[in-house]
Design a binder for this molecule. Structure first.
Ligand code: HEC
Length: 120
C-alpha cells in the first residue's frame, strides 16, 4: 500500500495545532513572559522587579513581583483582576483586551519571579 499523502497532512496539522493545544493544557510562564515584555516591561522592568525604564517617573512605583512580601496573601484571582481592571490612582492601566488565557500565562510568569522567603 502506497504511503497516503493525507497522513502527512494530518502530521502537519498536528504540528501547527500543537502550540494551542499546549495553551489549553495550562498557564505557561514562557508565553506569559512574551506578553509581559510587550505590555508590562516598560514599567515593571525586565526582571519584573518594578524598575522598568518608565518607573523612575512614577509614583507609586510599579509593583516589584520578586517581593515575597507583596505576594503574601494574594491569590491568582485577585492578581488577574487587578491586571484586567488596572489600579485607579496609579499608572497601572486596565488591560481589558487580554484574554483570560493570556492573563493566566501572565500571572504564571509573574509568580515565577517571586523570590522564595528565607525565613518560614
Ligand atoms: C505605565 C506603567 C505600567 C504598565 C505598562 C503596567 N503597570 Fe502594572 N503597575 C504599575 C503601577 C504604577 C502599579 C501600582 C503599584 C502600587 O500601587 O504600589 C502597578 C501595579 C500592578 C499590579 C498590582 C496591582 C495591585 O492591586 O496592587 C499588578 C498585578 C500589575 N501592575 C501587573 C501588570 C501587568 C501584568 C502589566 C502588563 C500587562 C502591567 N502591570 C503594566 C505600572 C504599570
Amino acid at each position: 500500500m502506497p504511503r497516503s499523502p493525507s497522513l502527512l497532512g494530518i502530521a502537519l496539522l498536528a504540528a501547527v495545532l500543537s502550540p494551542s493545544a499546549a495553551v489549553a493544557a495550562g498557564a505557561d510562564p514562557a508565553k506569559g513572559q512574551s506578553i509581559y515584555m510587550a505590555n508590562c516591561m516598560a514599567c515593571h522592568g525586565t526582571k519584573a522587579d518594578g524598575n522598568g525604564p518608565a518607573a523612575a517617573a512614577l509614583k507609586p512605583k510599579p509593583t516589584d513581583f520578586t517581593s515575597a512580601t507583596w505576594w503574601a496573601g494574594k491569590d491568582d484571582k485577585r492578581v488577574t483582576a487587578s491586571i484586567k481592571t488596572g489600579k485607579p490612582g496609579t499608572a497601572m492601566m486596565p488591560f481589558a483586551q487580554l484574554s483570560d488565557e493570556d492573563l493566566a500565562h501572565l500571572v504564571a510568569f509573574l509568580k515565577s519571579k517571586k523570590t522564595p522567603t528565607t525565613s518560614p
